[in-house]
Design a protein around this ligand. Sequence first.
Ligand code: NDP
Length: 450
Amino acid sequence: MSYEINQKLTKILDQIIERNPGEKEFHQAVHEVLGSLGPVISKHPEYADDAIIERLCEPERQIVFRIPWIDDKGTVQINRGFRVQFNSALGPYKGGLRFHPSVNISIIKFLGFEQIFKNALTEMAIGGGKGGSDFNPRDRSEKEIMRFCQSFMSELYRHIGENTDVPAGDIGVGGREIGYLFGQYKRLTNRYESGVITGKGIPYGGSRSRIEATGYGAVYFLERMLSTKNQSLEQRRAIVSGSGNVAIYTIQKLTALGAKVIACSDSNGYIIDEAGIDLNLVQEIKEKERGRISQYADKKGNSVKYIQNGSIWDIPCEIAMPSATQNELTNKDARTLIKNGLIALGEGANMPCTPKAVELLQEANVLFAPGKAANAGGVATSALEMQQNASRESWTFEETEIRLSKIMHNIHDRCYETAEQYGLPGNYVSGANIAGFLRITDAMRALGII
Ligand code: NDP
């Protein structure tokens, strides 16, 4: 069970909770990882020496800043900006920026903490960090978005750099925002430093297949996981929550590999299209018009159901890929999914399943792919973008996608094998946490007490 935790680790967790009061998402993420480390510490007690676990759970640096900007009416608005530079033992801090009204230090720390392990699993030279703002991009004009991004970067630029800290996108930060952020960075520094941010557009140093990478990567992981049980995606009934970057390319790859995706959502509700989701229409509504998923039902007519609020996980399916946000799939949802015959779940989002939901799914022998492994394709392709920027090359889509699929298969196999090695066959949560932990702490131990 992923949440069994030995005495030494319990004490460390208690101290972390006490030192970081009220940060419930951060506590949850740390609890999940420490809950997997018992077998490692029993076998190799030296991995708890020199307060290495405590150091791993304490960010190297946390930056919180004011973002003043002027809206279209001429009113001054104030938002709060964050960058948590969590761990740089393996490389420059790397992790996205999230713009969403729910953003606070707890959410950024949980994401940054997860990112350390995710990045370690890619075996690339990237440390862990995360940032963002409580800015709500919804219903803001193009010019407001631009002014906000410029103000955000006017502070952030002094803390980042291609060898220091390399942000990217996340919820609410896509190609448009990355363009404005990079533009302002370039202007302030007078340097064309492409490798300072990833998720860029192709004309100014972006990598082909970066947009698709998180969703595609999550499906490659899931496919590999199914293959360990001699199963495939062919003809499988699937549900993907969200309708943003990760969800869209998850739907695309699932469909390409033979599954039938019948539902997706946004924060207002979900649609069910038994004929299979028409991805072009979703993209037109969500990417081009920046509209709501309810418009899909308006455009398609009676064959499509739109359900406001409610849980998308009430729909019977064999494959579930939560790809919206943290804690969106609860224990109640897990029970419903299990009852309805779920065979595999891949987390496209970060920590979308509550701890109790994960426990129930694992107990029911549902194949479960944790986000920090399954959604690592995005950051891995960001690292490929940094490689291309450093060598001033631009690879083809095929070349990047082949690399992505290999990386995802390697991550899968490492999680699978590590779980077996520690006597927890099929437990990808433990496999991912232990494999990530060993790589980071080996580097941290070598670098001394810093
Ligand atoms: P987007 O902003 O492109 O899309 C987010 C989607 O999730 C939207 O459909 C949004 O609905 C929905 N959503 C957001 N917040 C909530 C909420 N509180 N409740 C219900 N629905 C919500 O983000 P991404 O697709 O990039 O990110 C999705 C998840 O994947 C996040 O957890 C992110 O951390 C993770 N991730 C992203 C990576 C990437 O490369 N982009 C890499 C690895 C992980 P609405 O339109 O109504 O806001």
